[in-house]
Design a protein. Structure first.
Length: 412
């Protein structure tokens, strides 16, 4: 028998036993659907994070201090954080750096205007922050050097802050209270939505010196962002910053100088690991489906014993019987796999659309779930499901091929 003859026979057998075939494929369908949904959600999240990092620019350096709590009681030096002198050192000593701006965050802050309140996050920044972190303006201006020198009580507000506090009025030149301190609005940022860093439209940018001296009372800064002269100079620039900081903090653990690309690679690796682990867990359902296929194929061998004996009597070889049953089991699981791919993809995109719709109704700046079904997942799910059919159909196929034709023809 040719392959196509075997395939047509397999499809006819499935058609004649629709209910049994459907129930047998159910485990495969559930397993493949679960795998596709897991991969679609995780890959979508990974692509969204990557897109947000790309917006920030690949030539961005982040200087972070993360104290190791495990070594807190050991004989090592700890600091409260970076200070302005560290920023000044980087500017003066690192000739491979073109822009620098620290970021001093004040989470859980409140903005008030004419009795309207809004929860915001205040960032104390320097003028280069806008170019470094991509803060385009809808109107007005950003923080200037003069603002820093004068500890000016001015601010740039996010689009949601402008909408919630001012409605359709022009906020430029208006006054708002930030943590009970009056500030004048000098700029409004364009809408950016929500990212892995939080809601970008509820941010308020103020001069770093103003936040330090008028709101916090310290010269500490948070993360220090820097930009090298070119992407090719990224590694030398990172090394230059590291050596600059080690002049003062050689005995302080927890200081990290990373590029945005290296951070993105780490995040991508984490997403890949999650995809593998969760996909493997969901794939267990495929094994359950495979056991179901083995069971139904054994039943099929028993039911078709006389047919097998008759085929052998008229010249069919063991190989022909073996291939026939392997194709039947692979077809059964393959159709289940394709059905699972379709159902899993449809459910994934449906979840994405529903979550986007709900977020839009809430109007809270959040984006819905990002969904992406990669081609490798579709092909892999189908091939793996067909492979499960071949593996679990192997024993019934061998058993069928070894039946004695005389005994098989006598079977009632």
């Amino acid at each position: 028998m040719t392959f196509w003859h075997c395939l047509i026979t397999a499809l006819n057998n499935l058609r004649m036993n629709k209910l049994r075939s459907g129930l047998t494929m159910l485990g495969i369908i559930i397993g493949v659907s679960a795998v596709i949904m897991m991969v679609a959600i995780l890959q979508g999240m990974s692509r969204r994070v990557a897109a947000e990092f790309e917006k920030m620019g690949s030539n961005l350096i982040m200087v972070i201090y993360e104290p190791d709590n495990k070594t807190h009681n050991r004989a090592v030096r700890h600091i409260d954080g970076f200070k302005m002198r560290d920023v000044e050192d980087i500017l003066q000593r690192c000739n491979l750096i073109t822009r620098v701006s620290p970021q001093l965050p004040l989470p859980n802050s409140t903005a008030v205007h004419n009795g309207k309140h809004l929860d915001v996050q205040i960032y104390g920044v320097m003028p280069d922050y806008s170019a470094l972190l991509d803060v385009p303006l809808a109107s007005g201006r950003f923080i200037t050097e003069l603002d820093l020198q004068q500890w000016a009580k001015v601010c740039v507000i996010g689009s949601k802050v402008a909408t919630e506090l001012f409605g359709k009025q022009n906020p430029i030149g208006a006054e708002i209270d930030l943590n009970n301190i009056p500030f004048t609005v000098v700029g409004v940022a364009k809408p950016k939505g929500r990212s892995f860093m939080g809601d970008q439209d509820t941010l308020v940018y103020a001069p770093l010196s103003t936040v330090q001296q008028r709101m916090v009372g310290t010269d500490l800064v948070g993360i220090i962002y820097a930009q090298p002269v070119s992407l090719q100079k990224m590694e030398p620039a990172k090394d230059q910053i590291w050596r600059c900081l080690m002049r003062r903090y050689a005995d302080v653990p927890g200081i990290k100088v990373d590029s945005l690309d290296s951070v993105l690679q780490s995040i991508t690796t984490v997403f890949a690991a999650f995809t593998l682990v969760l996909g493997s867990i969901a794939a267990l359902a495929l094994l359950v489906g495979g056991i179901g296929i083995m069971n139904i194929m054994l039943v099929s061998v028993t039911e078709r014993t006389r047919e097998i004996g008759l085929r052998k009597a008229v010249g069919a070889k063991q190989k022909d019987i073996l291939i026939q049953f392997l194709i039947e089991s692979a077809t059964l699981s393959g159709i289940g796999g394709l059905t699972g791919v379709g159902i899993g993809s449809a459910l994934s995109y449906a979840i994405g659309y529903i979550s986007t719709f709900i977020k839009a109704l809430n109007n809270n700046g959040h984006k819905g779930l990002a969904i992406y079904v990669p081609l490798w997942a579709v092909v892999g799910a189908f091939v793996f499901s067909a492979g499960v059919g071949v593996f679990f159909g192997l024993y019934p196929a061998i058993r069928a091929s070894k039946l004695d034709p005389i005994q098989a023809l006598r079977y009632e």
